[in-house]
Design a protein around this ligand. Structure first.
Ligand SMILES: C[S@@+](CC[C@H](N)C(=O)[O-])C[C@H]1O[C@@H](n2cnc3c(N)ncnc32)[C@H](O)[C@@H]1O
Length: 280
């Protein structure tokens, strides 16, 4: 039984709205429609996707257009100035967020110029962690251009080890306005405590793949959730890896739902998205 049980009232509302929700058989067209009538991505992001597609066998780990759009929107709407990303891959999510941060900074600059009172501005900073050398090499050129160069700091390493070692690049005196957790799914639960600690109260934690292709629904039949540790995934079969990830992700979802310092909402968007905020 979940923390927020579907009671009779919720069931009734869900039943009533069932006929008014989007037709599943037209989801692909509706997704295309939604992308077409949303703010377009920049030429730089488009060309980075093209470059990565030409040099990698697959780029399906990259956030899709809607997720990228949402990340940019969240940065703009929350005016996030310090963003931490775990999992850079081909760099497009970092680029979209950096563009939003640059746009916020120039909006703030214009407002300051038009206002009699001067306010101190803080430079936007996005720290993105990637453990794979090949992916880091793939983003170097794109990140060398503005506005990315002034905003993005690409860090080499295993994000979990950096967190556990309390790396000063992550643990400075300033907390993060937004954190995007999008790598190392098998160890998601191990990130929760420190990411909550690093997020400023009122900040936004965004986590991708929280429904793991639907497999979170199969967890009870897989095992008891104690199976994952930091080293066991390497020699496991693909299926066992997927199961381990499903168990880990389900465990993290439960940790966040019960966390006393977090308010969280899972959305069945893409492969499942968590939006959480630190409440104390
Ligand atoms: C889903 S991709 C990230 C996609 C990217 N954020 C985007 O939206 O386009 C996950 C990335 O996390 C990286 N990764 C996985 N485990 C990691 C870890 N422990 N530390 C740092 N990076 C990790 C992988 O190499 C991969 O590039």
């Amino acid at each position: 039984m979940g923390l927020n049980p579907i009671d009779k009232v919720s069931q009734k509302v869900m039943e009533r709205t069932k006929n008014n929700t989007l037709p599943l058989d037209r989801m692909e067209q509706l997704e295309s429609y939604s992308i077409q009538w949303s703010t377009p991505i920049s030429d730089a992001v488009r060309s980075q996707v093209e470059k990565a597609t030409a040099s990698l066998a697959y780029v399906d780990m990259a956030s899709g257009p809607m997720m990228r759009g949402l990340l940019g929107f969240l940065v703009r709407a929350t005016q996030a100035k310090r963003v931490l990303e775990i999992g850079t891959f081909i760099g497009t999510s970092a680029m979209v967020m950096a563009e939003a941060m640059a746009a916020n900074a120039s909006m703030e600059q214009n407002a300051a110029e038009n206002s009699a009172t001067s306010t101190q501005q803080h430079a936007p900073h996005l720290l993105t962690i990637e453990m794979n050398k090949r992916y880091r090499a793939l983003v170097q050129d794109a990140f060398a251009n503005e506005p990315y160069q002034s905003i993005i700091e690409l860090v080499d390493g295993d994000a979990l080890s950096l967190l556990q070692a309390r790396d000063p690049r992550l643990f400075s005196s300033q907390l993060w306005d937004m954190i995007y957790l999008d790598g190392d799914k098998a160890h998601y639960p191990e990130y929760v405590e420190q990411l909550v600690e690093l997020l400023r109260p009122g900040g936004v934690l965004v986590i991708d793949n929280v429904l793991w292709y639907g497999h979170v629904l199969d967890v009870e039949s897989i095992g008891n959730g104690d199976a994952f540790t930091h080293n066991t995934a390497t020699d496991a079969s693909r299926e066992a890896k997927q199961q381990r990830k499903a168990i880990a992700i389900d465990h993290m979802n439960q940790l966040l739902a019960r966390h006393p310092r977090v308010s969280t909402q899972i959305l069945p968007f893409g492969d499942g998205l968590t939006l959480a905020t630190r409440t104390s």
